[in-house]
Design a protein around this ligand. Sequence first.
Ligand code: N01
Length: 541
Amino acid sequence: MNAQTNVGQQDGHDDILDVVIVGAGFAGMYMLHRLRGLGFKARVFEAGSGVGGTWYWNRYPGARCDVESVQYSYQFDDALQQEWEWSERYAAQPEILRYANHVADRFDLRRDMQFNTRVISAVFDEGRGRWVIETRDGARTTARFCIMATGCLSSPNLPKFEGMASFKGDHYHTGHWPHEDVDFAGKRVAVIGTGSSAVQSIPIIAGQAKRLYVFQRTPNYAVPAHNAPLDPAYVKEVKANYPVMRARAKQTMTGIDFDYSDVKALETPPAARTAEFEKRWQRGGLSFLGAFQDLMMSEEANGTAADFVRGKIREKVEDPKLAELLAPKNTIGCKRLCIDIGYYETFNRPNVELIDVSEDPVEAITEKGVRAKGQEYEVDVIVFATGFDAMTGALLKIDIRGRDGLQLQQKWSEGPRTYLGIAMAGFPNLFSITGPGSPSVLTNMLPTIEQHVDWIAGVLEHMRERGLTAIEPEARAEEDWVGHVGELAGRTLRYTCSSWYLGVNIPGKPRVFMPYIGGFPRYVERCSEIADKGYEGFSLS
Ligand code: N01
């Protein structure tokens, strides 16, 4: 991995930049590459000291992707996808970060990136038609366009437990993990939370710690990853057929190439249904939920999948009472399905204890540990696996002001409002990659990012060719889009539970289903249609 370097000094108000991109994750990296290719002058500001975004920050033990490596990768450059070798079916965080660094090296991206630079505000200067971007060091940079590549799950949520500051031991958040190795050997550890991050880290921490207490508010469904080294013959075949596989993936709801069934669970005889679930369980991974087409539409159908997984949990966990506590009762797939490696089995270990805080919340963090259910659990380390202020958190952390001083905070006070999840009325020349109102987190992030980047690059080219300098969604088009996103969300079971998709994990956050649930193909088609009609719904000047 290369040492990270910063580009020269700040520009001040010297107007040399066309575009400022915020964030050097997969979105910001490709956006920069694409714009440079078109001859735009762009610069990336990144709070971290290197590229990788999510994969830069989420370094917790066991962090790995839940989309298969050969699909969780860029496709914009065939030489890149041919030369890169993934080692495992689901790549672990260090390997994904190496990949991000490889891409940065290969396309010489760092010379236009400024690291250790957190953007604190972005204010539209109407007189000059430029965005003024201020960074934490007090420097200001202006650009005609501002593109937020700030990620969907990049603003960690640390609940305000009473007594937080009093804890004398070490504490970490999975989404903001230190770069140094954290050694749990011989230590007493508490993990708070049982979402994907916890499901991945708990088996590893349990294998090192003297004692592990897991504080579970809501149990989670996990299907096995069956992770393994990639078979070179399989990789060869994928590489030979990459265009076909990528094209097939783009026709699925999630942008992932796997076999979605069009058969209904409720129209399938029970034995055949179980056989299908079993087949997918043995295969492992997210395709489990593709077993039947009605699983996310009908509670009864969903219940057949949920029952199957609960049965598996009972088989894996030796103590029947513990198995019941670990078995979720809610809708499977309502929260993001977890992909696990030995999660449930970890609770058979004598050094692991589950504390059910579903009825009685964690009372406080104390000097010595965690107090719950009237008892103090003394620990040396607390791991907060408590998730993120998803989709809107990273954007709202920045003081974004559009025309007439309109603050994004104010505009989104009742939930995010965007056109296509890409742009917002009142905020000219501002774009968000995989913003709320786009398929984003419900899809394979890499192709979804590429589609947004290409679309935004297309807009900028279109404007340059016609001598246009400003673009902004019309209020009516945005209103219709927000209505459409909400209407589709209301039809699925995903709308019914308390997930971060709806923002309910953050106290006071409006309950709005944030991603577009109509599927990747339908969304892409709409974006293309809008572009083909000269950016219908946008006002250009
Ligand atoms: O966060 P989460 P995450 N007291 O919000 C609990 C992606 N991801 O970081 O469910 C006690 O899912 C909370 O409880 P509850 C993936 O999209 C992907 O694990 O709200 N507990 C929950 O158990 C994922 O969905 C991978 O009742 C509290 C947990 O903390 C998303 O990131 C890996 C609490 C938070 O779970 C987020 O996952 C990791 C409190 N006050 C993440 N507050 C891949 O595999 C919260 N909790 C690619």
